[in-house]
Design a protein around this ligand. Structure first.
Ligand SMILES: [Zn+2]
Length: 156
């Protein structure tokens, strides 16, 4: 089942609503200038999943997923709900959000965020395993971070 059924998305809202977010702060690991550019993209984006605070949450989620020490493989897990809050249970969604934001950023802030994401991507590639059946399994197999073995418990 695709994770993003447009009709179902707005029906459930477990995450914070627009307007309930605190004023812009510096985003985790980014310069003030880039944080501002990101906040602007988040405010203006028409994408349901790109909302104020989404980039900060995505970065923290991505980093947190990769944090367990050791060399055991890590396995992304499906989110049980496709609302913008619960979707972050799936680390691949965090990477999706970062990709969406990167697409919409101007060149300089995009380069800074891209460096942060690339550093995490390197670890993600090391800590997850390729899924040989990705083409059959995922609707989004064109995105490389979805072509990794998933399931079981996060953290292996
Ligand atoms: Zn939910």
């Amino acid at each position: 089942m695709p994770r993003r059924r447009p009709g179902a998305l707005r029906a459930v809202q477990h995450g914070p609503r627009a307007g309930e977010f605190p004023p812009p702060e510096r985003i985790h690991g980014l310069s003030a200038r880039t944080s501002l550019a990101v906040h602007r993209v988040e405010r203006l984006s028409a994408d349901y999943y790109v909302h104020p605070g989404a980039t900060d949450r995505a970065l923290r989620r991505y980093r947190g997923f990769l944090e367990p020490p050791g060399r055991r493989p890590l396995y992304p897990q499906d989110a049980e709900c496709s609302c913008r809050g619960c979707s972050f249970d799936d680390v691949r969604h965090a990477r999706d959000v970062l990709d969406l934001v990167l697409e919409q950023l101007p060149a300089r802030p995009r380069a800074e965020l891209a460096r942060r994401v690339a550093a995490l991507d390197t670890v993600y590639l090391k800590r997850t395993l390729p899924d040989p059946f990705a083409d059959r399994r995922h609707w989004s197999a064109d995105l490389w971070w979805h072509r990794r073995l998933a399931g079981g418990r996060e953290g292996g």
